[in-house]
Design a protein around this ligand. Structure first.
Ligand code: ADP
Ligand code: MG
Length: 282
């Protein structure tokens, strides 16, 4: 059964799409079976996976709203070695159409449950909003990965996101956890980066990934070639960082499932959701 992660932050430009593409490719490089779900009408994750969003006859929109099958919509990213549910501007209409269907929060969840046996991980690239599409992602997900650019306003948007996740946990998806907070476009020479990073550690403790993603021009260049950075320049700092992130994520998963009693982890996530700091681990 796939573990399903929503890569989300209602701020734009924080590295959601970059993280989704490169984490997908890095996990695929460890022979995991991966599905990337492009839930942003901008279609950046689709294009960055080497699939022309304007050339897709059927997209995620059709799958969410009409009687088409998964196999008709699913495409393969050859550059990333993972499967993709592609999107383009059509998805904007889904936002409105979903509002009038039964169980509107669970349309994506039901869809992904029907294919979850075929994958090890499903990664959902969310739009920059707390919209009905994002709610669908949070209803479908086992965990949330939050990319954070360590800058002045980073923490401000974060409490709104944590409140939304807590509300989702109270209502439509009681099992959701904060899988991890990821520091992106990290520049250790910038003192503000370090201040924000320290505050994140204070608030979220163990939930902050140890791996940081540096600012790296290769990561910014790769999408215009339709490639994850691993295919574009596997020696780059960006490629190495996303491989390290995949390793850290897999170790966390092993620890979670190797441990018969998962309640510690759940409590840590609940503390994270409620914005309390996590006590340091021995
Ligand atoms: N670590 C990084 N180093 C350099 N550029 C980055 C990095 N992460 C993202 N970018 C660039 O920053 C911009 C925003 O990133 P993106 O992943 O599209 O954010 P989001 O999906 O949150 O809007 C893109 O142009 C992307 O190529
Ligand atoms: Mg994006």
């Amino acid at each position: 059964m796939a573990r399903i992660f929503a890569i989300t932050n209602q701020k734009g430009g924080v590295g959601k799409t970059t993280t989704t593409i490169n984490l997908a490719a890095s996990l695929a490089a460890t022979r995991r079976r991966i599905l990337l779900v492009d839930l942003d009408p901008q279609g950046n994750a689709t294009m960055g996976s080497g699939i022309d969003k304007n050339d897709c006859e059927l997209t995620l929109y059709d799958l969410l709203t009409g009687p088409v099958s998964f196999d008709q919509v699913m495409r393969r990213s050859e550059s990333g070695q993972y499967d993709v549910l592609p999107s383009n501007g059509d998805l904007t209409a889904a936002e409105v159409e979903l509002l009038s269907v039964d169980d509107k929060e669970f349309v994506l969840s039901n869809l992904l449950q029907s294919v979850a046996n075929h994958y090890d991980f499903i990664l959902i690239d969310c739009p920059p909003s707390l919209s009905m599409l994002t709610i669908n992602a949070l209803a479908a997900a086992n965990g949330v990965i939050v990319p954070i650019q360590c800058e002045y306003y980073a923490l401000e948007g974060l409490s709104a996101l944590m409140n939304t996740i807590a509300r989702v946990a109270d209502t439509i998806n009681p099992d959701i956890t904060i899988e991890g907070l990821l520091r992106t476009m990290y520049d250790p020479r910038n003192s503000l980066t370090n201040d924000v990073s320290d505050q994140l550690m204070q608030h979220f403790g163990e939930r902050v990934y140890r791996t940081v993603i540096p600012r790296n021009v290769r990561l910014a260049e790769a999408p215009s070639h339709g490639e994850p950075v691993l295919a574009y320049d596997k020696q780059s700092k960006g490629a190495i960082a996303y491989l390290a992130l995949a390793g850290e994520l897999l170790r966390r998963e092993d620890a979670r499932f190797g441990d018969a009693d998962q309640s510690d982890d759940k409590q840590a996530a609940q503390r994270a959701v409620s914005n309390e700091s996590t006590p340091p681990q021995k």
